[in-house]
Design a protein around this ligand. Structure first.
Ligand code: DAH
Length: 344
């Protein structure tokens, strides 16, 4: 019996030594140590032995099963470490591989131009219009009549202004000047307001004109506001916006809601006054309209023109952005072509 057991141990240990992997090892474990394994069968037959033999053989069986078990464990550890090492090798991260980057969004060039314009006026004490006082769907009264447009003014024509089907007098505003009236109706002077927003006109679309564009309107009303204040404020604006001291020119013009009215030109930023295609050879670029608020407009909003005076101005955002960034087609702002937008 003893010899048979010694032999069994020898065979088992050499079989364990020869195993190639975890699965094979598991099979051997079952074969020797399992419930129906060889050592268990021997254990069961111990009861038939003589009383002297029982403890000797019992002890030997236990010893052998411990030896086999620890040998299996030893082998198991080796295989386990090997498999982890293999797995790690397969899963290593290649840190030289370029990462996948997601590009950051940016402000649309029109948004940043509006922010810049309103920022410059904010520094001069202008505050942003209340949004309820700057609606895009407007009545004829606020867009035209209160601004001293005569009833037969050509701008009111269906060919220039988009009328809605809501009612015959409801339209898409053609200028941000409507916000002047709404602000002045509700607030008492002194007032210094800046009002950016979308406007709509029934134009045929071209590289210079679009049905929808943006304006920034501004106005100031107080006691003793003079034309010098208008000049000072708007000269300061052009100096900051074009980041350079450029000659400006105030040309007389006409708007129904201002008297006197002017258009302001800045020296051409492309040719510096020599004359080029951008300025049609004149050396000047028109950038905005302005003037002293007409007394009739002040009367329409119950401000006494004997006591108060004011100036107003309005500028096209696309036009200013096109001049500043040398963009030659207004439609680029609205096509959402990333190749264009990414440049800002
Ligand atoms: N609303 C005018 C336009 O769309 C621009 C303008 C001119 C606004 C003179 C003003 C102003 O406030 O005083 O052509």
């Amino acid at each position: 019996m003893k010899d048979k057991l010694q032999k069994l141990q020898q065979v088992a240990l050499s079989e364990i030594e020869k195993t190639q992997g975890l699965e094979e090892l598991e099979q051997i474990k079952i074969k020797y140590l399992g419930r129906k394994g060889e050592l268990n069968t021997t254990k069961k037959s111990i009861k038939d032995l003589s009383n002297e033999e029982k403890p000797v053989i019992g002890g030997l069986v236990n010893k052998i099963s411990n030896t086999i078990e620890s040998k299996i464990e030893e082998k198991h550890n080796i295989f386990y470490k090997e498999s982890i090492a293999k797995k790690l090798e397969k899963e290593t991260i290649d840190i030289t591989l370029p990462g996948v980057t997601s590009s950051r969004g940016k402000l649309h060039p029109l948004t940043s131009t509006i922010n810049e314009i309103t920022g410059i006026f904010a520094k001069m004490g202008f505050s942003l219009v209340e949004s309820k006082n700057s609606p895009e769907v407007e009545t004829e009264y606020y867009n035209f009549d209160a601004l001293n447009f005569p009833p037969d003014h050509p701008a009111k024509d269906m060919q220039d202004t988009f009328y809605t089907k809501i009612a015959p007098f409801v339209l898409l505003r053609s200028q941000t000047s409507n916000s002047q009236i709404r602000e002045m109706e509700q607030k008492l002077p002194p007032l210094r307001v800046i009002s950016p927003g979308r406007v709509y006109r029934a134009e045929s679309v071209s590289s210079r004109k679009n049905n929808l564009f943006h304006q920034v309107e501004g106005f100031m009303v107080d006691k003793d506001v003079t034309f010098s204040d208008l000049k000072g404020v708007l000269n300061e604006f052009t100096r900051e916006f074009f980041a350079q001291q450029r000659p400006t020119r105030f040309r007389t013009s006409y708007f129904p809601f201002t008297e006197p009215s002017v258009e302001i030109d800045v020296q051409c930023i492309i040719c510096c006054g020599k004359g080029c295609r951008t300025c049609s050879g004149s050396g000047w670029l028109e950038i905005l309209g302005a003037g002293m608020i007409d007394p009739n407009v002040l009367k329409n909003v119950n401000i006494d023109p004997e006591q108060y005076s004011g100036f107003a101005f309005g500028m096209g955002v696309e036009r200013l952005a096109m001049l500043k960034f040398a963009i030659n087609d207004i439609r680029l702002f609205f096509n959402n072509d990333l190749r264009f937008l990414k440049q800002f």
